[in-house]
Write a protein that binds this ligand. Structure first.
Ligand code: HEC
Ligand code: HEC
Length: 299
């Protein structure tokens, strides 16, 4: 066990143990929670120490070096600011933006980013040992809505990683085939792994299997309201189902944007070949594209 890592964990654990204001979680140190949130939400694209096995994003060690802030609060604010609205101008890692493309906007919670930043700030990534993973808290108590949201975000990050990778390797027109073959498969296998039913549905589907039902379209419309920005939980036939919006960012427009401005001719041809009844174009950035529907099996 590496005490350099453990000591700050224990220290912050004690420091915050009694404050009781940690949004949705209880009985676990904020640093440990931050680590779990990081692995679930960011781990598909970013790894912790140096090296870059994912091939789609810089490591957190590299990020930490570029975000060298004088205080934890500043470090947290810097991260929150970028992640809320990733942009080339706001980036502290212009070279990474050039190499990998801009990080997609993913709708993470501010309080979750705060916990993740707390963990990163207090962990010695230069001497990081992966065996230290053993100390992960398995059971973190969170409410029903958050529990389902975490699964949606985790699935989104896996899809996002694979999509970024496919675009980088084959360009948007080549990545269409990837989505065609892999999007449903990846969603289903994540669902299986997470012991849940997970769907992506929309009122304007590309693949008709993702068509929202009439009931779901009503929910989708309410997700567009500001008060439902964090998602909605509904009781359906005795089951608690979570609904979370999917919004577009710049990256999506290559395949869901405007035919004259965003989508190349080659990509458009590929789309109409695979999806003759495609309705999923004409979007701009930050528009409601659809939603995640998450049901936990056995709950
Ligand atoms: C779908 C892949 C993906 C996921 C998931 C992801 N990122 Fe990123 N991130 C990227 C890419 C690509 C870059 C490099 C380009 C850039 O800087 O925008 C990046 C860059 C960053 C940067 C540096 C931004 C800058 O340029 O100043 C920070 C900070 C960051 N990510 C934090 C996070 C955190 C925290 C999470 C999890 C809550 C996360 N990322 C999840 C892909 C991802
Ligand atoms: C490389 C092209 C490409 C990019 C980029 C892309 N998509 Fe898609 N998208 C597709 C294809 C192809 C499908 C159909 C997948 C299938 O057959 O299951 C799809 C399906 C979807 C669906 C399921 C509903 C439907 O219409 O079938 C959603 C939701 C979605 N995309 C959202 C997004 C968002 C949000 C982004 C940006 C973060 C994005 N997409 C980026 C190609 C793309």
């Amino acid at each position: 066990m590496n005490y350099k890592i453990l000591l700050p964990l224990i220290f912050f654990g004690l420091l915050f143990a009694c404050s009781g204001n940690n949004s949705s979680t209880k009985n676990t140190s904020p640093s440990a929670i931050g680590k779990k949130l990081l692995i679930d939400n960011c781990g598909a694209c970013h790894n912790l120490p140096s090296g870059n096995p994912t091939g789609v994003a810089p490591s957190f060690l590299a990020i930490k070096q570029s975000y060298s802030s004088t205080s934890l609060e500043q470090f947290q604010e810097d991260m929150i600011q970028f992640i809320a609205q990733p942009s080339k101008e706001g980036s502290k890692m212009k070279q990474a933006v050039q190499e990998y493309g801009l990080m997609p906007k993913m709708g993470f919670n501010e309080s979750d980013i705060r916990s993740i930043a707390n963990y990163l700030y207090n962990t010695d990534l230069e001497n990081f040992e992966s065996q230290e993973n053993d100390s992960l808290p398995e059971k973190v108590t969170i409410n029903a809505l958050e529990e389902r949201k975490q699964l949606a975000l985790k699935t989104k990050s896996i899809l996002g990683k694979n999509l970024m990778k496919a675009i980088k390797e084959y360009g948007p027109e080549g990545a269409i085939s990837f989505c065609n073959e892999k999007a449903l498969f990846l969603t289903d296998s994540m669902a299986q792994e997470l012991h849940a039913k997970i769907k992506r549905v929309t009122n304007k589907p590309r693949n008709s299997q993702n068509q929202a039902t009439e009931r779901e379209i009503l929910i989708l419309n309410s997700l567009g309201l500001a008060e439902n920005a964090g998602g909605m939980l509904k009781q359906v036939e005795g089951k608690k189902i979570g609904y979370f919006k999917i919004e577009t960012n710049e990256m999506c427009l290559k395949c869901h944007g405007n035919l004259t401005e965003n989508i190349s001719k080659k990509t458009a041809e590929k789309i109409s070949q695979l999806y003759p009844n495609d309705q999923a174009i004409g979007y701009k950035s930050n528009e409601l594209r659809g939603m995640w529907v998450v049901e936990l099996l056995g709950k």
